[in-house]
Design a protein around this ligand. Structure first.
Ligand code: HBI
Length: 96
């Protein structure tokens, strides 16, 4: 079992992950991405897939042509955990 985020970390989410939003009705964070075309979007998804596999933590996500939507939550915790923050920060670093 994985621990859910503590209150202090939860309160710091806007600073820790300014590009991510809290999802209505779920204990999850999400971010939308837009790329020049499908190839760029798919290339990004490939890199995220490798990160996710390395962290054994997998996004709920979708792709429509140049857009990618990523939602992170920890099923093993029943909500947000440090595993989500870790993957979100690694995803952000891909684009930095
Ligand atoms: N991915 N997002 C997410 N949440 C999980 O709880 C999770 C996961 N990937 C693998 C995983 N848990 C494993 O620990 C097992 O539950 C399969």
């Amino acid at each position: 079992m994985v621990d859910k985020l503590d209150a202090a970390t939860r309160a710091a989410l806007p600073q820790l992950l300014p590009e991510w939003r809290l999802v209505e009705g779920r204990d999850a964070i999400a971010r939308s991405f837009r790329f020049p075309d499908f190839s760029a979007a798919w290339g990004f998804m490939s890199r995220v897939a490798l990160l996710a596999e390395a962290q054994d933590h997998h996004p709920e996500w979708s792709n429509v042509w140049n857009r990618v939507e990523i939602l992170l939550t920890t099923h093993d915790a029943g909500g947000l955990s440090m595993r989500d923050i870790r993957l979100a920060q690694a995803i952000d670093r891909l684009l930095a």
